[in-house]
Design a protein around this ligand. Structure first.
Ligand code: ADP
Ligand code: MG
Length: 292
């Protein structure tokens, strides 16, 4: 490929809403045969909404949502935004203190003098807070609906469950079809629960799903696919996707995503439209074919 032709390809990319870090990226784009997709914020809008609050026996729903919402006000995670917004609807929220985030698990901090945890049940269990049966049931019900659910606990006990919903982007199914037409295998990779992941995968037409993956393990999934001899593109938007984006043969970040993801990627989909990822592959093949 001559540098001139690659530059032309780069310019055309900009018109399609694709920012390419350097002309050499097109060569990797052309070789891709597998596309790993993050779920939240990549295939879905990531604009989650609170569906319901479930309190453990003897606990108060309003209080569960108030303390969780106050703590989540300090987090940028889509789940956190939904919970904070839902909580603000029922009234003003106290200021959290000592906020700490465990990527892919949840958050911890002090709210109104209480030590509050919000996140995956594993986060609460690590702190010795086991979910009583009514909360486990509430989690399972949410999963059955293909929804995301997190647990809330404070002062040593699990106290509630919050259920949030996300929406698949209207362009995602078309993008997955375009990947297949280009001969690419799509894989959905997420930290969320298996059923929520499956529901999204079914809606957009993805067969291969890897769920309940911790952020630090996302990069291992990419390595595993590479070890199978695949040339892997990873598409993501979150801080938790940055290492996987860097490990992939081609990292595509959502322009609507976090700075960490954008920095880690080779290519940015400016409008956060997944179809542009297929456009990028098509463009690279065409550009490089012209030269040969
Ligand atoms: P994804 O791979 O879909 O982008 P993440 O790895 O960011 O998901 O998160 C995985 C799971 O960790 C979420 O579905 C949620 O259960 C939990 N989680 C992460 N951050 C938070 C938070 N701020 N509050 C509550 N739960 C969280
Ligand atoms: Mg994401």
């Amino acid at each position: 490929a001559t540098p001139m032709a690659l530059m032309v390809g780069t310019g055309r990319g900009a018109q399609l809403g694709i920012l390419i870090k350097g002309p050499e990226v097109l060569e990797n784009t052309r070789r891709v045969d597998t596309v790993v997709l993050d779920k939240t914020g990549t295939v879905t809008t990531g604009r989650m909404a609170l569906v319901r609050t479930v309190a453990a026996d003897g606990e108060d729903e309003t209080e569960v949502l108030r303390l969780a919402g106050a703590l989540e006000s300090s987090s940028e995670h889509p789940v956190a935004r939904a919970i904070a917004a839902g909580a603000r609807e029922q009234g003003a929220l106290p200021e959290p203190e000592d906020f700490a985030n465990t990527a892919g698990l949840g958050v911890r901090g002090t709210v109104a003098g209480r030590t509050v945890l919000v996140g995956r049940p594993a986060l609460l269990e690590e702190a010795g807070q086991h979910l009583p049966e009514e909360l486990s049931t509430a989690m399972k019900e949410a999963h059955g609906e293909g929804r995301t659910a997190v647990a809330v606990g404070w002062d040593g006990r699990a106290r509630g469950v919050l259920v949030v919903s996300d929406t698949v982007k209207p362009t995602s199914a078309e993008a997955v079809r375009a990947f297949r037409d280009l001969g690419l295998t799509p894989v959905l990779l997420t930290g969320d629960n298996e059923s929520a992941a499956r529901a999204v995968a079914d809606e957009v037409g993805i067969e291969r799903v890897v769920a309940e993956v911790l952020p630090r393990d996302k990069v291992d999934e990419v390595r595993r696919l590479q070890a199978e001899g695949r040339t892997v593109a990873m598409v993501g938007d979150g801080v938790n996707d940055a290492a996987a984006l860097a490990q992939a043969d081609l990292g595509l970040s959502m322009g609507t995503g976090t700075d960490a993801a954008i920095e880690a990627g080779d290519l940015t989909l400016v409008r956060g439209d997944l179809r542009a990822a297929a456009d990028a592959v098509r463009l690279s093949r065409r550009t490089l074919a012209t030269i040969k």
